[in-house]
Design a protein around this ligand. Structure first.
Ligand code: IPE
Ligand code: IPE
Ligand code: MG
Length: 242
């Protein structure tokens, strides 16, 4: 369909939405519960938003579930998150896959427990055929580490005379990122109110619209999500132009 054939509403639905799902710990504290409970309720929020993305026609939905820096947390919390990720996968993978959700892991498998690596492999092997929506799960992810790896791979290619230094373009760098071939996020949502990007998609968010809410991730509903989308639709994106 041509751009001019779309209605105003359709034209401005973001193709790619990324979310920093923050505030699980504060939510738990507020309710007098252990932090892991916040992560459990938070994980349960994902499905509703994914379904809303399908309904709206969002093509890529990227969620920040566990950063490389999150290893600094107490062992009990980290193992709780790992266990919950397994529960999330077992509950949601087949269900969402049957709706045309294609799962992608963004991040390194290094240091992850074997049962999580097994889940990632299974996901890649048995993924959806139809790709209505890419669900990118940033897990053991760090934007700086992603870029460092891209630099290492490019240096190796130069040293092996497979490419010249002058062949290193922005597209070439992009081809070594976990998100290769995908459009950059149009909209980045952060829940929990912090005004920072916490090492998320550093290259990809160069011109992304940012929307921050004080709502804690376990309270993030489809309604709040729609609020972010309608705010985005009113934004004027300039990409450095006038
Ligand atoms: C985000 O919630 C989830 C992860 C980082 C895994 P937090 O656990 O960071 O929640 P707050 O920021 O402490 O409230
Ligand atoms: C960002 O939240 C990472 C995830 C949501 C997975 P953090 O809670 O780790 O971020 P900081 O530490 O407040 O910057
Ligand atoms: Mg946090």
């Amino acid at each position: 369909m041509r751009e001019q054939d779309l209605t105003e509403t359709e034209r401005k639905i973001p193709d790619h939405v990324a979310v920093i799902m923050d505030g699980n710990g504060r939510w738990a504290k507020k309710h007098g519960l252990p932090r892991t409970e916040g992560h459990r309720v938070g994980a349960g929020r994902v499905r509703e938003i994914v379904e809303k993305c399908l309904e709206l026609g969002v093509k890529y939905f990227t969620i920040y579930a566990f950063s490389k820096e999150n290893w600094k947390r107490p062992g009990k919390e980290v193992s709780g998150i790992m266990k919950l990720s397994e529960v999330f996968f077992n509950r949601e993978f087949n269900r969402l896959k049957s709706k045309g959700v294609y799962f992608v892991h963004l991040g390194d498998t290094e240091n992850l427990p074997p049962f999580i690596i097994k889940i990632i492999k299974n996901m890649e092997r048995n993924n959806a055929v139809e790709r209505k929506l890419y669900l990118n799960i940033a897990f053991n992810y760090s934007g700086r580490s992603e870029l460092t790896n891209a630099v290492k791979q490019l240096c190796t290619l130069v040293r092996q005379d497979e490419i010249k230094v002058s062949d290193i373009t922005e597209d070439k760098i992009e081809s070594f990122l976990f998100t290769h071939g995908m459009p950059d996020p149009d909209l980045l949502i952060r829940t929990g109110g912090e005004m920072r990007v916490s090492n998320f998609l550093l290259w990809q968010i160069a011109y992304t619209e940012i929307w921050v809410t004080d709502v804690l991730w376990p309270d993030f509903s489809a309604e709040v999500f729609l609020g972010a989308i309608s705010d985005y639709r009113r934004r004027e994106r300039r990409f450095g132009g006038v």
